[in-house]
Design a protein around this ligand. Structure first.
Ligand SMILES: NC(=O)c1ccc[n+]([C@@H]2O[C@H](COP(=O)([O-])OP(=O)(O)OC[C@H]3O[C@@H](n4cnc5c(N)ncnc54)[C@H](OP(=O)(O)O)[C@@H]3O)[C@@H](O)[C@H]2O)c1
Length: 237
């Protein structure tokens, strides 16, 4: 995909944070982009903010990744709008952080259902189109998918699982010409876990840095596949 102009991407969780930053960079490349959120209104608000960026077209969809039918509908709406699907970014995610003594079944299920099962639903819904287009599947995992920490049981389980899932899917799909990568960021300046991005976040990775990384991956020579990418802030504060 040397020239990304006119290529189509579906980004789960593109209403803010990393997904939004990836959408910005793709639109600047002239790509057509579908972003999702749990709520249609939130997706529409983000699309309004993105509307002046780049030359690509944009649609906004309410589609909860925990709902398989909603993912199928999001893919159908993307195809209806743009005619193809070249790239799936499985980005939607959240974190509940609590020690096992206080971690609740509701927190466990919301984390696993969103961060792990939600990615399975997203790629299952998009699979036929990605095989047809010989496209690219990128999951946004985390350094928490290789480094465990106290109070991280649910989040670590979801992200360790996601790293393994994406690597196995990579082996399943590479002979079909579909590339799969997982990006494992450290601290990124986003709204994650109810954080409000602020000037003190300047040392962190910024969402657009990951957007640029995604664009670089898409443009990489077809013969080469960085399948698992750890990325961290170069400074610690
Ligand atoms: N920030 C970090 O330091 C960091 C580090 C490593 C990895 N990550 C990962 O990066 C990904 C994006 O997180 P972020 O940091 O950008 O956080 P964020 O600013 O809170 O954005 C999260 C995005 O996910 C969406 N989302 C959450 N649950 C969803 C669901 N069930 N269905 C559809 N969309 C859903 C949100 O949309 P709505 O709220 O509008 O529904 C929002 O667009 C996550 O997978 C996270 O684990 C983040």
């Amino acid at each position: 995909m040397n020239d990304l102009h006119g290529k189509t991407a579906l980004i789960t969780g593109g209403s803010k944070g990393i997904g939004y930053g990836i959408a910005e960079c793709m639109l600047k490349e002239g790509m057509n982009v579908a972003i999702t959120s749990r709520r249609q209104e939130t997706a529409d608000d983000a699309a309004h903010k993105l509307s002046s960026i780049g030359t690509g077209k944009l649609i906004s969809l309410g589609a909860d990744v925990r709902d398989f039918e909603a993912q199928q509908k999001a893919v159908a709406q993307t195809l209806e709008a743009f005619g193809s699907l070249d790239v799936l970014i499985a980005n939607a995610g959240l974190g509940h952080f609590a020690p096992i003594t206080s971690l609740t079944p509701e927190q466990w299920h919301e984390t696993i259902d969103t961060n792990l099962t939600g990615v399975f639903y997203s790629i299952k819904a998009a699979l036929d189109e990605l095989i047809r287009s010989k496209g690219y599947f990128i999951s946004i995992a985390s350094l928490a998918g290789t480094n465990f920490f106290a109070a991280g049981a649910a989040y670590n389980a979801s992200k360790f699982g996601l790293v393994g899932f994406t690597q196995a899917v990579m082996l399943d799909l590479r002979e079909a010409g579909v590339k799969c990568s997982t990006i494992m960021p450290g601290s990124v300046a986003t709204h994650f876990n109810n954080h409000e991005p602020n000037p003190a976040d300047a040392w962190k990775i910024q969402p657009e840095d990951l957007g640029q990384m995604v664009v670089d991956l898409l443009k990489m020579n077809p013969r080469t596949l960085p399948s698992k990418i750890e990325v961290r802030p170069s400074q610690t504060k």
